[in-house]
Design a protein around this ligand. Sequence first.
Ligand code: SF4
Length: 387
Amino acid sequence: MVRPEEMIVWSQTRLKATACPFRGQAIIDRVGPGMGSPVAELGTVIHAFAKEYIAECRELERTTNTSSVDRLIEKAIAAHPLRPILRADASDLAWKFAEGLIVPATTDGHVEWTLEADLNWTANKPPRWRGTLDSAFLDGAVWHLDDWKSGWRLASESECEADIQLPFYASLVLAHYPNTLAFKCQYHFLRYGEVRELTLSAEEIKEVWRPHFKSLADNHEALSTYPAQPGSHCDWCEVVPSCPIEKRDIAPITDEREAAAAAELWRVLKRHVSILDRSLRAWCDSHGSVQVGDQAVGFWPAPSKSFEDAKAVFDMLVTGGIPEESVWRQLGISQSSVKTLLPKGEWGALRQKALGLLEERTSPKFMAKRRTQDAIETPDTEELALP
Ligand code: SF4
């Protein structure tokens, strides 16, 4: 019999992490929150901003209040150790958030709302399920649940339909508001201004989703070993440093002998990766993508954006007050672009003249470089013996 204090409280993050048993267990075992990756920290900052922004809108009885965006995002980021890395991105996302949001005028509205439920999904202790919703508000007998995504990944409609996150939160809300008829769930991909929406009935929550959550949790708790299972979830895994697969054959370097062995391995791996890359690309080019676990490696459309009219951008930035030399540096012309623009032959003279304007700069680059003959000392064979 599991004592209440030993019962695992499952959040949607933990449930998702069960796709890799090692990760699932590492999350359960972890003591205290640590600093996440910049992507995760950015999410934390945006959520802190959103909470204050909505609270202020409600206080002022306004549906939007963009005049507060700069002040509130600065407040949210002020004490953050990763402030210099996060500031520009955080500000951009905060604006996208505020410009895309109409704060509903409701008395039953919550931001960063933590809810718990017991084993049977009733609002009792001890908790078996726990979650913190980004935003929820009640409209008649329908709860609107919103989740804001600050990452670069834009999930498809079908991925969002299969995602457990908002159905999990809906299950919690239903535990506290059993008379709810339905849930209107929205995932907001802030970077792209895209919203994925699904509607769930209370019946669907009870009959489909709750049994699913229970089976994920029960299956994990019944495991006696927790093997690492790589997949697309590795992309946002928070326990990478302790992952047995990620660190296989790679131990921290503690002395010169290990450093030499690591340098040798690094050199070989680099070469192998480039050969592997070429042959895999050639294979995928003629045979299509290759399935690995829940991922498919191959050629996929990768949208990109570029400025057609560089001069218009330059003029706009300089007119806007950015010093010319800073703009030049960012929009700089590269050696290879000059070579492409001015092929040898007809344009040879101009090409030479343009390349004569190149300025040489030296900055440290991590690479392998042939040593000069003088620098190569006669090695002591014993010293070179690698472990
Ligand atoms: S990196 Fe991947 S395989 Fe390793 S623990 Fe994380 S999810 Fe599992």
